[in-house]
Design a protein around this ligand. Structure first.
Ligand SMILES: Cc1cc2nc3c(=O)[nH]c(=O)nc-3n(C[C@H](O)[C@H](O)[C@H](O)COP(=O)(O)OP(=O)(O)OC[C@H]3O[C@@H](n4cnc5c(N)ncnc54)[C@H](O)[C@@H]3O)c2cc1C
Length: 248
């Protein structure tokens, strides 16, 4: 089969994160006659964030979908089995969980290279403000809105999509550290302002992701973020407090 449906010839993905790139490469792999274009506002080696984690099960799914990119992702991964929880001055470690960490940037570069090898057109440094205009420009039969969590396209067509968004009551900061954690590490630390929770994992030889969360609900009985925000620089204070939960 050349295309999934006869009238479908040109696909335009708006947003070149993991979803847009992976969709693009899978479609091109399965239907080489399709013309697939991914438009991204950033440059190829620009991205936000530190490492991301996949479970062993996710890796298995990637292997089935596209063994070539799965192999490259697998080679770049840091694998571990343990989860370690720090709570009230104690730590408990359990094994056999199976996770892998990879830098978000590395993951995107692998997917970008795989797209290019398969013949997906990648267009960078294009911030899409009008999806209809761009669809016309590319003569697209199908537009994929892969523009992330705060999708401009989903917002524009909210009446049609009617998204069900469940906003939770926490602030988080996604940090990186040279401290390497050999387990998926969770820490819970009570401060004079309330609770902080951190989770951390290694994603390359010398870097770990370190995410800190704390409640920020105006109507919460423990609005930790608000309290700490008014008394100190939040990032500094969060790092100092949660850092103390871990052994040096
Ligand atoms: C702190 C944190 C940790 C996370 N950890 C994990 C994890 O460990 N494992 C995991 O699987 N997931 C994790 N996630 C979730 C993961 O990041 C998302 O599920 C994933 O990034 C979603 O991919 P996406 O392609 O849909 O969106 P995104 O990654 O947000 O990509 C959207 C892309 O669209 C582009 N874009 C947006 N608007 C436009 C526009 N108008 N024009 C052109 N381009 C545009 C953006 O630049 C971006 O490149 C984490 C998320 C956060 C915030």
């Amino acid at each position: 089969m050349n295309t999934p449906i006869p009238a479908l010839q040109r696909i335009l993905c708006i947003g070149g994160g993991p979803a847009g790139l992976y969709f693009g490469l899978l479609m091109k792999r399965r239907f080489p006659a399709l013309q697939v274009t991914v438009v991204e506002r950033n440059r190829p080696f620009d991205t936000f964030g530190w490492g991301v984690v996949f479970s062993d099960q996710t890796l298995q799914n990637l292997k089935v979908a596209d063994p070539e990119s799965a192999q490259l992702i697998g080679d770049a991964f840091n694998h571990w089995d343990d989860i370690e929880v720090f709570y009230k001055g104690r730590s408990v470690r359990s094994g056999g969980h199976g996770f892998c960490g990879i830098g978000r940037k590395r993951l995107l570069n692998i997917l970008q290279e795989r797209c290019m090898a398969l013949g997906v057109d990648l267009v960078f440094e294009t911030d899409v403000t009008d999806d209809q205009l761009l669809a016309q420009q590319y003569n697209a039969d199908l537009v994929i809105a892969s523009d992330g969590l705060n999708s401009r396209i989903r917002t524009r067509y909210a009446d049609t999509y009617q998204p069900d968004i469940d906003t939770r009551q926490c602030r988080f900061v996604w940090l990186g550290t040279r401290k390497t954690f050999d387990a998926f590490t969770f820490a819970f630390e009570k401060t004079e302002h309330g609770w902080f929770q951190a989770h951390a994992y290694k994603f390359d030889a010398d870097t770990s992701t370190f995410i800190v969360e704390t409640p920020d609900a105006k109507n919460s009985s423990r609005p930790t973020w608000t309290a700490i925000h008014s008394s100190a620089t939040p990032g500094t204070c969060a790092a100092r407090r949660t850092g103390s939960a871990f052994p040096a």
